[in-house]
Ligand binder design. Structure first.
Ligand SMILES: Cc1cc2nc3c(=O)[nH]c(=O)nc-3n(C[C@H](O)[C@H](O)[C@H](O)COP(=O)(O)OP(=O)(O)OC[C@H]3O[C@@H](n4cnc5c(N)ncnc54)[C@H](O)[C@@H]3O)c2cc1C
Length: 418
């Protein structure tokens, strides 16, 4: 549907949706589906997306933990990506300088409470985005593509959105799922805290000589963390962090020279490597919105927070936002309460803020602790990791936290219906 058709659809100035989601990325689409599919309540939900509605050619593989995977399952998207995703059964962590020929494991995390369950899944980003889009189309959710939101105004009982072509859309609740730069967040005057890391995440896919056997490798190198994440077959997804100037030079290399630099970092466990997919570079930053909600507006996904990808947690946090906000909206509508009222939205903010803050602090701290190539610091962190490695209880706790199923998890994260 085009911007023009949206204008026509909203020619009736009295039409007010329950929820309009700005941004048809994975967080926005998952929320639309969760609301649309909620049992026993009809939620009038629409999505507004400035892109053309095709999944972007995104070379990332997203690590998705068990709790957020259940959210994708509940909205019907998991079934389409399960066989294209790699299972992580063990995480091998090392901390060595760049020149070392071997990268001995300092910490091994593997197996959950049920040792048959994977620790996480590595899901190709384009496949997941495509599955969510297809599901939204199948279920008949109005996804207005090619439509850019340019204005936001609170107008008493509803909020009004202006679009680039002069149309207006009204909703009792507007959700900003419009990514880390979130135009809607700025329009609502919500400020952020955070900083640039001066690092870029180089991402691609490689094939390798030996099977990974479900092992994910995280090498902490002086330029930043370097991760190899298992995909189906003898393939792995790569997230390789470097200082941004260096990353730019690496991305500009021809394939042969790029793979020579890659091999220096990858270690010998998987044998020889070949490039299997396009390369991409993503500038890395930390960002947390000062508020996750104001009257008639809630922020989810990267619009609310952006964390360092070293723990693969950004979208996991976003899917937990989806589960929490969907639960609050659906409960409100069932009780006849206005879902855009600030009292309802404050519940959402309280529910999500601590989890996000905790993850932001943890990933920021790990990045700072592991990046400096200072020998005494390496000794200290290696002793620390060695202690964790020997503590079965601590390892179980870390894995349960990583699965995202601890604490007061929302229903969809627990695998329960809304
Ligand atoms: C290198 C790297 C590796 C990562 N690895 C992982 C990982 O392993 N696991 C994990 O959980 N997370 C990971 N992440 C984080 C993850 O990529 C993000 O959290 C996720 O993509 C955010 O999704 P989103 O839907 O919130 O935003 P986006 O995907 O950015 O979607 C925002 C959408 O809003 C639309 N939009 C913007 N402005 C407007 C407007 N004005 N009007 C209409 N539409 C608009 C955009 O076109 C876009 O489609 C990684 C991130 C990086 C950088």
């Amino acid at each position: 549907m085009t911007d023009k058709s949206i204008r026509q659809a909203h020619a009736d100035p009295g039409k007010v949706h329950d929820v309009v989601i700005v941004g048809g990325g994975p967080a926005g689409l998952a929320l639309a589906l969760a609301l649309h599919m909620a049992p026993g309540v009809e939620v009038d939900v629409a999505v507004v997306e400035r892109g053309n509605g095709e999944p972007p050619n995104d070379p990332r593989g997203w690590a998705i933990a068990e709790g957020p995977r259940r959210v994708l399952d509940a909205v019907g998207a998991w079934v389409d990506v399960a066989t294209r995703s790699g299972e992580v059964r063990e995480m091998v962590i090392s901390d060595t300088p760049l020149g070392d020929a071997v990268r001995p494991s300092l910490l091994n995390l593997g197996g959950t409470d049920n040792e048959h369950d994977p620790v996480a899944w590595i899901v190709p980003a384009g496949a997941l985005h495509g599955a969510l889009l297809m599901r939204a189309r199948e279920t008949g959710i109005a996804v207005h593509t090619g439509t850019s939101v340019t204005g936001f105004e609170q107008a008493g009982a509803y909020a009004s959105l202006a679009t680039a072509s002069g149309g207006f859309i009204k909703a009792r609740l507007v959700v900003a799922a419009d990514g880390v730069r979130s135009p809607l967040r700025s329009m609502a005057g919500i400020r952020t805290v955070g900083w640039d890391y001066g690092q870029t995440g180089i991402v691609t896919t490689v094939s390798h000589q030996f099977p990974h056997e479900g092992r994910a490798f995280q090498h902490f190198l002086p330029g930043g963390p370097f991760a190899l994440l298992p995909l189906p077959g003898n393939r792995s997804s790569v997230v390789w962090t470097e200082e941004s100037g260096k990353a730019k030079r690496l991305l500009a290399l021809d394939d042969l020279s790029f793979m020579a630099e890659f091999a220096l970092r990858a270690g010998p466990e998987l044998g020889d490597f070949a490039l299997e997919g396009p390369r991409g570079g993503f500038p890395l930053n930390l960002l947390i919105a000062r508020k996750f909600a104001v009257q008639r507006l809630a922020l989810i996904g990267d619009a609310a927070h952006r964390v360092h990808p070293l723990a693969g947690q950004g979208l996991n946090l976003g899917l937990k936002d989806v589960a929490a906000l969907a639960e609050i909206i659906v409960d409100s509508l069932r009780l006849g309460i206005d879902p855009g009222a600030v009292t309802q939205l404050e519940q959402y903010e309280r529910w999500r803020r601590f989890d996000v803050f905790q993850m932001a602090v943890a990933t920021d701290g790990i990045n700072r602790l592991f990046s400096p190539d200072i020998a005494p610091l390496r000794v200290l962190r290696d002793i620390g990791m060695g202690l964790v490695d020997r503590s079965g209880l601590l390892k179980t706790w870390i894995l349960r936290e990583a699965a995202g199923v601890t604490g007061s998890a929302p229903k969809l994260v627990q695998g329960l219906p809304l």
